[in-house]
Design a protein. Structure first.
Lengths: 411, 411
């Protein structure tokens, strides 16, 4: 088999962990597999480089930051090759230029456009373990770009697609995908199998175990993704076309996203095109809006509320302020002490029982709901950030630990 | 003018020094020059990476070490670009792949073979300061190779040649080339002007201020080299076709090399081909031999003595031992507590006065001479390492501080 493995920064943070990963890679290789390994930068290496850059110039150019940060993964792959050689395993390290990972030119948040696999394939044919620097690509100018935080997952999935890997294994510091974050939800359980769509929702809702784009890409190319721990031999979670949870119509997981701020634009004239005007102004400045809620009009005005990331709160408020006359509104209010709690499960949101169970759970623990948003496979509510842990535990216990199947959707 | 500047690792060791260098570069740029800057890795960065590699595997492959170490210079150029942008100076950083620095495949000690200057030229035409990672090249496999310790000087000279620079300025932590190492010879003086040949001898004899190969390349392409301090505004030393010291027939400098070990092969049969046999065996294992001395034969045998670097002492002894029967000798002795003291000056060694003055100085301070070697522009003696400082100061004072011109060679 051809297996692509990806190890995160904490798995290669020091010599002991590097040797541990090297032994694991060697085991897979000695079992007769071809292995391609994607690595992140060591532990805090990226943060340390950012601090150095920030000391010199808080407004460092993204092109130069990418040039700087890309060295972190190059160091990881070189060190891992050195460790593998110590174990007698043949290995060669490649940076993004050598591995032919072509990306767009948007420094700091580029997308992989194509991969020329010739060098990797040639090294595999020479019976080498191929170690590829994650998180980076080369653009059409021959310059290094980085793919955004956590994007080494995406590098691994893209390589899996191009090389036709049988499995793409994402090694992390937890032993799989959980029904909720085990650090805050005490009864959280490991999921054995989950569908791409559910995983995409969980990832984008704040479950930090897999990079959002990597799951979307895995779905598109039907890559079998396995999430498992680099520290244990546990089986991990398989992300695949059909998850077992889908068939049972269970809620598959719960996620809490603390990086949320709510903005309400009050007293907007109730006529067509107002929402378009607000959100096109925000989009022009690359501000992503998540949940949008519009009140029912009264006195010929309405209120429009939406959520953004905390980093985008200030810029969004500035844009609204600068365009007050153009849009025409009474006032803007905001709240950055909230969080988004979501439950995810295939087909669940179309079932009224799920929403009411969630609201019941929140009522049980006395948590007030600020906004509600639903989609085909998730329900999200905005609640007070201080209530996040209490609400997550209560909702999780109600849905997942009681193993309640959703009414009327029995298989 | 087009000026290439090279700054060493100590000049970019921390944020304060990087900003200091950035100001200096900006000053040259704002004076209306095109500027290309070659940088080394920050301070101890290279040693720290080597320590990491060594912890994993003391026998790390050179290919992977080069992959690892090349990140040091890439970090330096990215950080410098970030600092220059802070000062409002346009700058772009390039690694060896981007700067088109093609090198041979001998990992760890590659040679620059050619430079494709297109990217650098294009960036200069866009009015950018171009920052190039020193010490590295890319070989025909697309892999990174390093050019040997101190070889960022060579990168700077090679770029000067290809781009047709008017000056190549080597910035270091001393303000020029000295007649001897100022740390051990108290009366050492800065040299204003020195010829290529004298500088080559001084560099290869242990004066660590310029990389040996860089001076050879500067001579070949007639690059005007300037050695000066990144910490002061002092004028520095000009290395050029004709040094003023040449015209005056002075001894231009003195160097002490502590990295020397002597091996003597005793009782070799006195017949043709014996020296060839010994040195071809050593050459096959890439052991460089410096001074060679052969005793006058007695009883149909002779002794052959030579010097190697300390790192090559053990391997050389092993080779001799393994080939004892082939070569045929009585015994081998060695001494690694010696050093090589050399005086350099154009045309001096052909003048008997210089050698005798040197021997007189050593006699004055009671230092015994172990071996003697002369060339057209230098005289080297092997002496006890403990006597290095005493001998260097005495010889230096005799030749250079007395400003004695060599007899019979007056201009």
């Amino acid at each position: 088999m051809l297996i692509v493995q990806k190890y995160g920064g904490s798995s290669v943070a020091n010599a002991e962990r590097i040797m541990n990963v090297a032994r694991r890679i060697t085991k897979t290789f000695n079992a007769g597999n071809q292995v391609v390994v994607v690595l992140s930068a060591q532990g805090d290496a990226t943060d340390e480089m950012l601090a150095k850059a920030n000391e010199l110039n808080p407004g460092a150019s993204k092109r130069e930051l990418d040039m700087l940060l890309a060295t972190g993964e190059q160091q990881s792959v070189a060190l891992m090759a050195i460790a593998l050689h110590k174990l007698g395993s043949p290995a060669i390290s490649l940076n993004a230029i050598q591995a032919g990972i072509h990306a767009s030119s948007k420094y700091g948040n580029a997308r992989i456009k194509s991969i020329e696999p010739e060098r990797s394939t040639a090294e595999l044919e020479r019976n080498n373990l191929v170690l590829v620097a994650g998180f980076q690509g080369v653009n059409r100018y021959g310059d290094l770009t980085t793919l955004g935080r956590g994007a080494s997952d995406t590098t691994a999935v893209a390589l899996s697609a191009v090389l036709g890997a049988d499995y793409c294994e994402i090694y992390t510091d937890v032993d799989g995908v959980y029904t909720a974050d085990p650090r805050s939800v005490k009864n959280a359980k490991k999921i054995d199998c989950i569908s791409y769509d559910e995983m995409i929702e969980l990832a984008s809702l704040g479950a930090r175990v897999l990079h959002n784009r990597s799951v979307e890409m895995a779905k598109r190319y039907r890559i079998k993704l396995v999430v498992r721990s680099s520290m244990s031999e546990a089986e991990g979670t398989l992300v695949n076309k059909e998850g077992s949870t889908v068939e049972k119509n269970h809620v598959s997981g719960l996620a809490v996203d603390l990086d949320v701020a709510r903005i309400s634009v009050m007293g907007v004239l109730d006529r067509p095109g107002m929402a378009y005007q607000i959100f096109s102004l925000l989009a022009k400045d690359k501000i992503s809006v998540d949940i949008i809620l519009q009140s029912i009009g009264r006195n010929n005005t309405k209120d429009i509320s939406f959520t953004v990331t905390k980093a985008d709160l200030r810029p969004a408020l500035d844009i609204l302020d600068a365009n007050r006359e153009l849009i025409g509104f009474d006032m803007v209010s905001y709240d950055d002490t909230i969080c988004k709690l979501s439950v995810v499960g295939a087909g669940m949101a179309s079932n009224p029982g799920v929403a009411s169970m969630m609201f019941e759970a929140l009522y049980d623990c006395g948590v007030n709901i600020n906004m509600i948003s639903t989609s085909e496979i998730k329900i999200s509510v905005l609640i007070d950030a201080h209530a996040a842990d209490l609400a997550a535990n209560t909702v999780h216990d109600k849905f997942i630990n009681n193993n309640i199947e959703i009414k009327g959707r029995q298989a």
